[in-house]
Design a protein around this ligand. Structure first.
Ligand code: FE2
Length: 307
């Protein structure tokens, strides 16, 4: 038996019924998507002679991954999140858009509601016995103009590779290493924080098991995530990966991209990264919006009264 079995009239008729092809109700595009998706799964089952046990084990695997909150890790792990970036890049190129700083994966660990602070702020609230990171740069529009208004959202891990709000040790205060920086009036940004470390997928979890089955690892290089929003410019989702990290060129999540690999200038117990962001002008208001992806939302901490 091989994949031609899927092309038999009986299976093709089944697929038509599955996708509601003959029903007048429903959404035409969704019918096409579901038909192709299920047919693709059937082809895999037939081509690899996947057993009934294996199919149900796969269902159990996905249920476990979802329950553990790991679907957002599997998406980059299997390259689908990077594929979305490449697909959007290709559509931009087709539309003749001048590229700015490359976009790259958001990952699953952004938290809404981080404190809004002035450029120059310290992002790290908790003690962390590691080097201090200083990051500086400019925000530049397509005509070389300074982008003087907007927010740079920054989030990164601590020196153990854990993110606040997702820390298995629950040791971090809310929004540690997370802030929304106001762009300075001269079009620059700056912040300091404690150097993040790279990290791996949770040991023994769904992503780890898949990586082992594929002979891959689940490590990411040390990196810093950014969203940039500025009126009149296209929203940018990107991150920098430290160019001197052993996994810089071998990121399990495929987030590393050409142009996003600065090497920190390490001196004594501090490191400096200079990095400019080149923004695209927005074509319409939709360009300035974030994707509607569901993100963890946390009430901002109340402003502290000055002592
Ligand atoms: Fe990350």
């Amino acid at each position: 038996m091989d994949a031609t079995f899927v092309q038999t009239p009986e299976i093709q008729a089944l697929l038509d019924r599955v996708a509601g092809v003959e029903s007048t109700g429903g959404d035409q595009r969704m019918k096409g998507i579901i038909r192709d998706l299920i047919e693709g799964l059937m082809v895999v089952i037939a081509r690899y002679d996947v057993s009934e046990d294996e199919v149900w084990n796969a269902v159990t695997y996905l249920q476990g991954a979802a329950a553990a909150g790991e679907l957002g890790l599997l998406m980059p792990g299997v390259g689908l999140e990077h594929f979305l970036d490449l697909f959007m890049d290709a559509k931009d190129a087709e539309a003749g858009l001048v590229p700015g700083t490359p976009r790259t994966i958001e990952g699953p660990l952004y938290v809404e509601g981080a404190p809004i602070v002035n450029s120059g702020a310290n992002l790290t609230s908790d003690a962390d016995d590691t080097d201090t990171l200083y990051m500086t740069g400019r925000l530049i529009g397509p005509d070389g103009e300074a982008v003087t208004d907007g927010l740079v959202h920054v989030w990164h891990a601590d020196s153990r590779g854990f993110y606040s709000h997702f820390d298995p040790t629950h040791e971090q205060t809310p929004f540690n290493n997370r802030r929304r920086l106001k762009i300075a009036a001269d079009g620059t940004y700056a912040f300091q924080s404690k150097m993040p470390s790279g990290y791996s997928v949770p040991p023994g979890g769904a992503s780890d098991r898949l990586m082992k089955a594929l002979g891959r690892h689940g490590n990411r290089p040390a990196h810093v995530h950014f969203f940039i929003e500025a009126p009149g410019y296209r929203q940018l989702t990107t991150q920098i990966n430290f160019g001197d990290d052993p996994f810089a060129a071998d990121d399990f999540a495929f987030g590393t991209r050409e142009g996003l690999l600065p090497v920190p200038n390490r001196q004594g117990d501090s490191a400096h990264i200079a990095f400019d962001f080149h923004l695209q002008r927005s074509g319409d208001e939709g360009d300035e919006q974030f994707s509607t992806r569901k993100r963890l939302a946390v009430e901002p901490a109340p402003e502290k009264e000055p002592a």
